[in-house]
Design a protein around this ligand. Structure first.
Ligand SMILES: C[S@@+](CC[C@H](N)C(=O)[O-])C[C@H]1O[C@@H](n2cnc3c(N)ncnc32)[C@H](O)[C@@H]1O
Length: 271
């Protein structure tokens, strides 16, 4: 328990330090922009007009703002003081009160959320900060309308780009995501464990009340977000890799082996 609190405090401090420059770095990174665009295309397949969305680990509220601009209502939660401050600024600057609300909360405490939702969304690996995803999913049935969708964007254990480290003579780096004890992340001077979740682990965490709908790879063959300079340095190769991703990302193994996977479930409890 104390370990879990220490972990969450380290995560809070790290992301709070990052929060004030988060949006600027996001905007300046074309790889991240393309990845976000692909996530939005995925969501568009399932979001019904005027949905009430619960966003987990919402960060500074970039996606929450996007969703409200499409007419959806969003309740955004995040564990970090700094991230919540950035969302509050967006609510004020973009006059989103009523459409966008936020709450500082860890996603394993969803019993403290009020409301009934059509959609639960989590983007860009926030859920890789927890070892056991069932601690999140166990609260969902009380929050969801029947037929609601859940889309999570999570980092899986196998990433083609990282496997290439084998050829550079760094096998530990190539297989770093496989460790059962997770990987020690170092962010903004803080150390905390991150955990990589396979599609089968994710399906197990959801259980039989959730129907698995779809998975697709995000940056399966195209570069990872920390290679934000790649499109400028290799524009033709980047365009080719993105096109190849688009052709393969719905098929095995590229819908499971990628930097992130986008996974969607539908809440269909037995009658
Ligand atoms: C990589 S950022 C992604 C933020 C946002 N989803 C985006 O797409 O920009 C990860 C976020 O997860 C949040 N986070 C990590 N652990 C969390 C937890 N236990 N509960 C809620 N948020 C958490 C962090 O504070 C951070 O804002």
């Amino acid at each position: 328990m104390i370990q879990a609190i220490d972990h969450q405090e380290a995560v809070n401090r790290a992301f709070t330090r990052q929060s004030t420059r988060y949006d600027e770095e996001d905007r300046a990174n074309p790889v991240l922009q393309d990845m976000r665009h692909q996530v939005y295309e995925h969501l568009d397949q399932f979001l019904k007009p005027g949905s009430h969305v619960l966003e987990l680990n919402a960060g500074t509220g970039i996606d929450a703002l996007h969703l409200t601009s499409l007419g959806h209502r969003v309740h955004a939660i995040d564990i970090s003081d700094g991230m919540i401050r950035e969302i509050e600024k967006k609510i004020a600057t973009h006059q989103r009160s009523g459409m966008l609300t936020c709450q500082q909360l860890s996603y394993d405490q969803l019993n403290q959320v009020e409301g009934e939702f059509d959609y639960v969304f989590s983007n860009f690996g926030g859920l890789n900060c927890i070892r056991n995803l069932a601690e999140v999913t166990r609260h969902l049935p009380t929050l969801l309308k029947k037929g609601a969708y859940v889309t999570w964007v999570i980092m899986p254990p196998v990433c083609v780009w990282e496997l290439l480290w084998i050829f550079k003579g760094h096998p530990r780096q190539a297989f770093r995501r496989f460790g059962s004890e997770g990987v020690l992340a170092h962010l903004e001077g803080e150390f905390f464990r991150t955990y990589y979740h396979s599609l089968s682990d994710i399906r197990t965490a959801f259980g039989p009340s959730f129907e698995f709908i779809k998975t697709e790879g995000l940056a399966a063959l195209s570069p990872q977000p920390h290679r934000g300079d790649f499109p400028r340095l290799h524009p033709r190769l980047y365009a080719t890799l993105r096109k190849t991703d688009a052709l393969l990302r719905n098929n095995f193994p590229f819908n499971r082996w990628a930097d992130h996977i986008i996974v969607t479930f539908q809440y269909n409890p037995p009658i």
